[in-house]
Write a protein that binds this ligand. Structure first.
Ligand SMILES: [Zn+2]
Length: 386
């Protein structure tokens, strides 16, 4: 009996230790995996209210079909980006990347600044809005305004272009501002748009990427994707298809700016198929700044509903995102300071266990543990009885 008690104690202690240790070590692991660096001391210029006005403008371009691929609103929105960039500088070069999906004409829009530098950072966002509000319980066939899902990331790109252009002579990199069409038309729970998949724009762009740069003397440092960055209660996830060293550096940069609820130390861990995936597959370190938009608890419940409108957009969230990216670029590329204090060239990538899977494992471990203990004791008592 003494032996049984000892083994029982040992097994119990082991399982309790596992249950306690795992949830504590993972966030610590996350924290310590960030290369230690300090944000450089520089005044950030990104303005959330200005970005908010760019969201409002996009929403009002067309209030019937918004920016659905193949509609006039989508075309007018591409034209709006050109107008905005040419307000910054009429000589900024742009490329319209045309492609066709199921006989509908689509168009990515690319702007470049600091083209004299050979190392390129891509800042991306999709600008199409979804044709059907597939998660809307009352109006699933109406189009989504896409204030957050589309317009928010695009608005942040425009405002970033304005502030980075002003500092371009001090920045030792080339920056691309890339607006994707045809990202958001796939199927939710088997109910979506006939024959359409996700992320066509980014995949087509990467297919044709050789036509947009000179591979003999230009190369890509990284790609940062902004998707749904303007909702209330902004809280980014640890997106696992992203290059973790790059995403962690963005988290650390934001946290040092005081944005600790948007960049939590214990983020939801999950994988999202988004416009960065084609770039990761091409070999460019890429990070997706995106929120948890599925299952409870949802911080922002208007995803793919008609409620994705201006009333659920926060200029604070836009500013948090914009300032974090702005600071990230200064940390790594501002002349006269020690460059690349973080994880450049962002080659490190490790994956964490998905949060939902993690919770499942945490529940399963004690159940399996108790079952093992019961079986063990049962077999021992049978032996003792013999
Ligand atoms: Zn979407």
């Amino acid at each position: 009996m003494v032996l049984i008690k000892k083994s029982y104690k040992l097994i119990t202690i082991t399982f309790i230790a596992l249950i306690v240790v795992i949830p504590i070590t993972i966030p610590i692991f996350l924290l310590f995996n960030n290369n230690k660096f300090t944000n450089i001391n520089i005044e950030l210029q990104f303005d959330g209210d200005t970005a908010y006005s760019y969201v409002a403008y996009q929403i009002n371009i067309n209030t019937t079909h918004y920016r659905i691929p193949g509609t006039q609103g989508r075309e007018d929105c591409a034209q709006y980006f050109i107008t905005k960039f040419h307000q910054i500088d009429p000589t900024i070069s742009f490329t319209l990347h045309n492609f066709t999906i199921h006989s509908i004409g689509c168009q990515n829009v690319l702007f470049k600044i600091n083209e004299n530098y050979s190392n390129i950072l891509i800042l991306g966002a999709h600008y199409d809005s979804r044709a059907k509000a597939t998660k809307d319980s009352t109006n699933p066939d109406l189009p989504v305004p896409g204030a957050n899902d589309g317009a928010s990331g695009s608005a942040v790109l425009i405002e970033l272009a304005r502030v980075l252009y002003e500092k371009r002579h001090n920045l030792s990199l080339q920056i691309w501002f890339l607006f994707f069409d045809a990202e958001d038309q796939g199927r939710d729970y088997d109910y979506g748009i006939f024959e359409w998949d996700w992320c066509y724009g980014s995949r087509k762009f990467v297919q044709d990427i050789d036509t947009f740069y000179n591979s003999s003397n230009e190369s890509f440092d990284a790609m940062i994707l902004l998707d749904m960055v303007g909702g209330n209660n902004l809280r980014f996830i640890a997106e696992q298809r992203s290059t973790s060293s790059l995403l962690n550096e963005l988290f650390e940069t934001g946290r040092q700016l005081g944005f600790t609820s948007a960049f939590p130390s214990d983020p939801t861990v999950s994988s999202v198929f988004d416009d960065h995936v084609a770039f990761v597959d091409y070999g460019i370190p890429s990070a997706d700044l995106i929120i948890k938009f599925w299952n409870a608890p949802i911080e922002w419940p208007y995803h793919h509903t008609t409620g994705d409108d201006l009333s659920h957009i926060s200029s604070t969230s836009l500013e948090i995102t914009g300032k974090t990216v702005e600071q990230f670029i200064y940390n790594n590329y501002y002349e006269g300071t020690n460059p690349f204090q973080g994880s450049f060239p962002w080659s490190g990538d490790f994956d964490l266990l998905d949060s939902e899977l993690f919770i499942f494992v945490i529940i399963i471990i004690p159940i399996v543990g108790i079952a093992v203990i019961v079986l063990y004791l049962h077999s021992r008592s049978n032996k003792d009885n013999k």
